[in-house]
Design a protein around this ligand. Structure first.
Ligand code: HEM
Length: 219
């Protein structure tokens, strides 16, 4: 049994270890800071956010450094979770049954494993997005050092940086809705680390089967 399938008393199971939770909150905290300051730089209507966060200079100075923190956290997330995020045949069926998922008819869904196809897509989009944000962000950070012949890189970076950020903000909203409001019990897993077996059975039946198979519990 791997550490992640560790059964706990009172019919609970460990979903995230301490380092996984800490890293998740470093990624979340840094993302929220980047989103707020980034939106302030993006539109004059939102510039008040930078003032509320300590002023324009501080926000402009910290934004790229916090960007590096976010990137490192996402890389560590990749090291921790990427092996569990590979798409498989259940995921293909999962997409086809998405309408049942939206209608909360979980019993009609194919048995998702530890992560469902939507969570896997979110993971990969955050990972790909973090790479694009870093690449375009570095160009914008050191834009004055770029030779004039490479000025096209600035133009591309402005579009890539803002476009990717807006997509990730959309992802982030969906992620919060799913994790906090739609799947009751999920939020506790990134705070305390554990979920109930009933949660595992309802939202991740494939994972639940593994947990039961690896334990002495009656099936
Ligand atoms: C306030 C902000 C956030 C909240 C409330 C939140 C909530 C959650 C919850 C409840 C889970 C557990 C879901 C489960 O295991 O079934 C989770 C997992 C996860 N979080 Fe977050 N999260 C936040 C920010 C972020 C950010 C910024 C990222 C971007 C790197 C992120 C990436 C992930 C990933 C990749 C997972 C595992 C796959 C998944 O469950 O979607 N989270 N989060």
């Amino acid at each position: 049994m791997s550490h992640q399938e560790q059964l706990l008393p009172h019919d609970r199971v460990l979903r995230y270890e301490f380092n996984e939770r800490m890293n998740h909150w470093v990624a979340a905290g840094s993302f929220i800071y980047l989103m707020l300051t980034g939106l302030a730089f993006w539109s004059p209507w939102l510039f008040w956010i930078a003032s509320a966060l300590g002023g324009a200079e501080l926000s402009r100075m910290l934004h790229p450094w916090i960007g590096l923190v976010f990137f490192v956290a996402v890389c560590y997330m990749f090291a921790l979770w990427s092996r569990q995020m590979n798409f498989d045949s259940v995921d293909a069926q999962w997409w086809k049954s998405l309408h049942y998922y939206i209608q909360n008819q979980d019993d009609k869904m194919p048995p998702a494993g530890r992560y469902n196809a939507g969570q896997k897509l979110l993971f990969w989009s955050f990972f790909g997005g973090a790479i694009l944000l870093l690449a375009s962000g570095v160009v914008l950070w050191f834009t004055e050092s770029l030779p004039w012949s490479l000025r096209w890189m600035r133009y591309i970076s402005v579009v890539v940086h803002a476009g990717t950020a807006l997509l990730l903000i959309g992802n982030f909203m969906i992620h919060i809705y799913m994790g906090v409001f739609a799947e009751r019990g999920a939020f506790g897993s990134v705070i305390r680390g554990d979920v109930s077996l009933a949660f595992a059975k309802r939202y991740h039946p494939g994972w639940y089967k593994e947990i039961v198979a690896n334990s002495n519990r009656p099936k």
